[in-house]
Ligand binder design. Structure first.
Ligand code: FES
Length: 172
């Protein structure tokens, strides 16, 4: 009698219905969990926007490329300024090409002695050494970033979140 009951079509149908429902529920739960988990990344890594780059005395006169920060630091006697190496077209890193000798130049009504130019190898943009784009697809000049001195130890501090005008100079 009990064997008949176990093998009856109703009990088999009931078992299969529960099994199907269970599998469907598990699939739905798994899919939902994966979706919810994808909205919460494991690590939110964002490099610091403000950082120290060392003592002013550590930099000789001229142009220094800080590859870790994709930044050019210019020193002229006791004055410093920092220009981003991130191309304003699609973000490649520009390179600095020095001229053999300084050239007198007027760019955007500012006269100065140019020591070279920036070039982007990705799509051929060119920038003056004060960052103004003049050839290629780059739509904007390179950014100038704020430079200060740390009150604690006198090191140079760059703030990538703060842009400054191209006549900005930090005199130490
Ligand atoms: S990324 Fe520099 S020219 Fe395109």
């Amino acid at each position: 009698m009990s064997e008949d009951k176990l093998e009856s079509p109703e009990s088999r149908r009931g078992f299969l219905t529960k099994l199907t429902g269970g599998l469907f529920g598990a699939g739905l739960l798994g899919g939902s969990w994966t979706f919810i988990r994808s909205l919460v990344p494991n690590v939110l890594y964002e490099p610091p926007q403000r950082f120290k780059i060392g003592d002013p005395e550590a930099y000789t006169a001229g142009v220094h490329f800080l590859d870790k920060h994709r930044l050019f630091l210019f020193r002229e006697e006791n004055s410093f300024h920092a220009i981003s190496a991130v191309c304003s077209h699609l973000g490649c890193t520009v390179k600095f090409s020095p001229f053999k000798q300084l050239r007198e130049m007027t760019v955007r009504k500012l006269s100065y002695r140019s020591r070279g130019e920036f070039r982007c190898a990705c799509h051929g943009s060119h920038f003056r050494d004060e960052g103004t784009n003049y050839a290629g697809p780059a739509p904007r000049p390179l950014k100038w970033h704020e430079l200060t001195r740390s009150p604690e130890d006198g090191q140079l501090v760059v703030d990538l979140a703060r842009e400054v005008d191209r006549d900005f100079r930090l005199v130490v």
